[in-house]
Ligand binder design. Sequence first.
Ligand code: NAP
Length: 210
Amino acid sequence: MKVLVIGANGQVGKHVIHKLTQSSHTPVAMVWDTKQIPQFEELGVETVLGDLEKDFKEAYYGVDGVIFAAGSGPHTGADKTILIDQEGAIKSIEYAKQFGLKRFIMLSSVRSDEPEKGPDAMKHYLYAKHRADEHLKQSGLNYTILRPGQLTNKPGTGKVALEEKLEQDGEIPREDVAETLVYLLSVPRAKQKSFDLISGSTQLEETLAY
Ligand code: NAP
């Protein structure tokens, strides 16, 4: 499958591109700054320009699926959370519908399924993620939503806890999040489902296998 990675220049996004190049899939990196293009072209990865706040449907030509790994980050204001994490994600879903894509994987966040239970400082962000996730669920697309816990830059271990609902909090290396996003592309049992993800004791490939 040819997979458009939205947020390819991000910390998770770069791992996703790397994992896709090692898989049976072919990545297309979407970035929003021309300075971010050469690093991917040097890897032989097709790269397209697209700004989530503008019209970026041209990025969708010729792709079969999307991994959405973008976000406005912690250093921007509440307005950008709505414009990028919520509206940018919703626009990405709408383009996927227009182009009849086969698969849409959303990188969301722990507690985006119950934003009212999140800490006050996170509620605005969690509600924005929640609205994007709900839009995806209603879209008719073949989707999977991944809700990881606290992201770290530790090396990936490939060992995870991946469940439709986890009661405990936890961390997860960005590398393992990326590996899980790519894994979910091809797992039939993951379709139309949402999962929490933290580090655990099960080898990723053994999850959702039954
Ligand atoms: P990140 O490094 O900030 O990556 C986000 C990417 O989105 C960046 O490449 C950024 O571009 C891109 N982006 C921002 N605005 C854009 C726009 N207008 N158009 C196109 N792309 C745009 O974040 P991360 O660490 O990889 O995390 C990915 C996501 O995981 C977060 O956004 C968050 O929603 C989610 N998450 C985070 C945590 C956590 O503990 N931090 C936990 C659970 C879930 P630039 O490269 O130019 O900045």
